[in-house]
Write a protein that binds this ligand. Structure first.
Ligand SMILES: CC(C)(COP(=O)(O)OP(=O)(O)OC[C@H]1O[C@@H](n2cnc3c(N)ncnc32)[C@H](O)[C@@H]1OP(=O)(O)O)[C@@H](O)C(=O)NCCC(=O)NCCS
Length: 345
């Protein structure tokens, strides 16, 4: 407990000194390496760019704990500036291994809870990684409940079942649907329809998580795209359109960071309920992976996250060769209950 009085200060990249920024980057690099040991470190400029380019539909708060000039722990909160989910404070805490179990995590939680109370948030959520069991122990101690468990699956492209992919492409229901690409920003004339299409992701399971539907507006989509562009991330979207009605029926999208060029992140894949069961999901995924193999030969693995209860998506992913890499649990606790835990201590 000796370190529980460690200085904690709000951290803002815009006002931080160069030395502070470098120290916080070093902390972030160590925490990231612990969770993702296979991945190369993020360069200082990339990391700074990521911090600087938060879309306006989020308000972010950050705190850092210092031992002299060394940043030893950090916490952040994300509040939604959206019509939905305004009750949620989405939090993250990371403490360097040699400074754990000394009350620093709890001290950072005090900052998070105070900020959440000030903004009238009622539910605190945070994620823990199965690769770091200390996160679960902390969450249970605090009194949080698991809201959703999601599988982070990884596909080693050397193990991709290419014959199966060819069959899925071949069996695509092309008599009733066409496929098309949006590379980069979505086309302006389709933006309203794309927002509706993206809302299909609300039909994916959220288990016990007390989170409302996420409703995209054209403005939010453009804000997200601006952040992606500033972060130099690439997004490819493949969509399916129902020929008779012209309606968008489904989509899949992937994200790629040229600075982490071996890993591709599979983002959302969704098919409207009325068009399910016709092979659209498989056709979309197989067509996407074909383009990745052809145009991004440097990619060696694809990662994706799905609720562990999402049987249809997991079935497609497993058939492709995705295997469980680790699990991500989103915990939830009422802000008032977190306050009671802190007060009891
Ligand atoms: C989770 C984490 C932030 C906790 O930080 P910490 O500084 O070690 O936590 P504290 O010392 O303040 O502990 C707070 C409480 O959790 C308990 N706790 C923390 N780690 C624990 C563990 N490994 N086993 C059992 N209890 C644990 C402490 O005993 C303490 O209980 P108390 O209320 O009786 O005092 C830290 O382990 C970490 O950085 N993990 C990796 C990142 C992560 O998983 N973050 C998820 C949380 S957002």
């Amino acid at each position: 407990m000796a370190e529980s009085r460690i200085p904690i200060r709000a951290f803002d990249l815009a006002t931080a000194s160069r030395r502070e920024t470098t120290a916080v980057h070093a902390l972030s690099t160590r925490l990231r390496a612990e969770a993702w040991p296979e991945d190369p470190p993020q360069a200082l400029e990339d990391w700074e760019r990521k911090l600087r380019t938060i879309p306006p539909y989020w308000t972010v708060g950050r705190w850092v704990a210092w031992r002299g000039e060394e940043a030893v722990a950090a916490a952040s909160t994300y509040f939604y500036n959206t019509p939905h989910n305004r009750h949620i404070a989405d939090a993250d805490i990371g403490v360097l291994p040699e400074h754990r179990r000394r009350g620093i995590g709890k001290e950072l939680l005090t900052r998070i809870v105070a900020a959440a109370e000030e903004e009238g948030k009622t539910l605190l959520i945070f994620g823990t990684d199965s690769a770091l069991p200390v996160g679960r122990a902390f969450a249970e101690r605090v009194g949080a409940r698991p809201g959703m468990v999601s599988a982070t699956n990884q596909l080693d492209l050397a193990h991709l079942d290419r014959a199966l992919m060819a069959r899925w492409r071949n069996d695509g229901p092309r008599d009733r649907f066409t496929l098309g690409w949006w590379i980069g920003p979505y086309p302006e004339e389709e933006l309203e329809a794309i927002c509706q299409l993206k809302d299909v992701m609300n039909t994916a399971p959220r288990d016990e998580l007390q989170m409302e539907d996420w409703t995209w507006t054209p403005e939010m989509v453009r804000q997200g795209e601006a952040a992606l562009a500033e972060r130099r991330r690439e997004r490819w979207t493949l969509y399916a359109r129902h020929r008779p009605s012209g309606e968008l029926a489904g989509f899949t999208e992937v994200f790629w960071d040229p600075a982490q060029k071996e890993t591709l992140w599979q983002g959302d894949t969704g098919v409207l309920p009325k068009y399910r069961g016709r092979g659209l999901g498989k056709w979309l995924k197989a067509t996407m992976i074909e383009k990745v193999l052809a145009e991004r030969p440097c990619v060696v693995r694809v990662r994706t996250g799905n609720a562990s209860s999402n049987a249809p998506m997991l079935a497609i992913n497993h058939a492709m060769g995705f295997r469980l890499y680790k699990e991500w649990t989103i915990w939830q606790i009422e802000v008032a209950q977190a306050r009671s835990y802190l007060a009891a201590g």
